[in-house]
Design a binder for this molecule. Sequence first.
Ligand code: PSU
Ligand code: MN
Length: 307
Amino acid sequence: MPTPPFLVFHPTVHAALDAGRPLVALESAVISHGLPWPDNLALARRLEATVRAAGAEPATIALLDGKVHIGLSEAQLEHLATAKSVLKVSRRDFPVAFAQRRDGATTVAGTMIAAHWAGIRVFATGGIGGVHRTAGGGPSTDISADLPELARTPVIVVCAGAKAILDLPATLEWLETHGVPVVGYQTDEFPAFYSRSSGLKLEARADSPTEVAALARALWDSGLGGGMLVCVPCPAEAAQPADEMERAIAAAVQEAEERGIRGKDLTPFLLARVAELTHGESKAANLALLQNNAHVAAQIAIALAAN
Ligand code: PSU
Ligand code: MN
C-alpha cells in the first residue's frame, strides 16, 4: 500500500515499521481535550515510556499544520498539550484539518484511521466513546464516531471499556449489532472505565497477549475485517467504587443538558466535571488505567509481531 502523502513519520517510528518491530499507536485527544495541563503532558510522556519499557515502539498520533504525524517529538507533544485552538479530529474532521492546515488531536476514531494508514495494528486508549445517556435515563441520540470506526477499521483497540459517563448497555448493544468483537482481558465483564465491573457480561475472553493476537489474526485472516475491542479493567489499586462515580456522573449529565452542551464538547465537559465532582479521584483512575492499557497493548503488539 503506498504511503499517503499527508503522513509524516517520526524517525524512530519509521525505523520500527521498516524493521517489522512491534508498535503501539496512542491518541492525542486525551492530551488536548481529555486531561488538564500539566497532567496531560506528563501522561503523554508516561504512556510512551510505558510502551518502550514493555519492548514496543510508541507512536502518538496528531495533526500538525494539516499533516498527520505518526510519532511526535518532545516539542510537538508539548505544543499539543498547551495550544489553545487544537481541533478534535474524528473521521469527518480530517478534510477540514487537511484543507485548512489545522493542528488537530485525534480521538479513538481518528487515531484508528491514522494508525491504519500507517500500518500500525494495535492502539491503546483510556475508554472509547459510545452511546451517551440522557439526564432522564436511557440512551441519547449522541453516538460517538468511535463506534462505527470500530466496525470498519482493522485495528485492535485496548481500553478500559467505554467511558462510564456513557450508556454502557446501549454501547455494548451497538457493538453487537455492528459485528465488533468485544474481548474481556482476564475478565468476563465489560469494565466500567473508573470501576472494574459493570455487571455486563462479555461473550469473549482472552487471558494473555498471545490469545488476543490469535483472535485478531482469526478476525483479519477470515476477511471479516473491522476492528476489535480489548477491554482491560482499571488496576484494582486505582479503581473507584461504581456507586460514588455514578452520583457524580448523573450530576454532570444533568448539568450538561441544562447548559445545552452537545456535540464534540460533551465528552470533554463530562470528563472534566466528573473529575471536579470526585475531587480528582476519577482523574487518578483515568491516569492509572491509561498506563495499564499502554502496557497491555505493547504486549499484544509483541505477540502479533511474533507470528
Ligand atoms: N478516553 C479518555 N479520555 C478522553 C477520551 C477517551 O480517557 O478524553 C476521548 C477519546 O479521544 C474518545 C473521545 O475518542 O474522547 C470521544 O469523544 P466523543 O464522545 O465526542 O466521540
Ligand atoms: Mn458525540
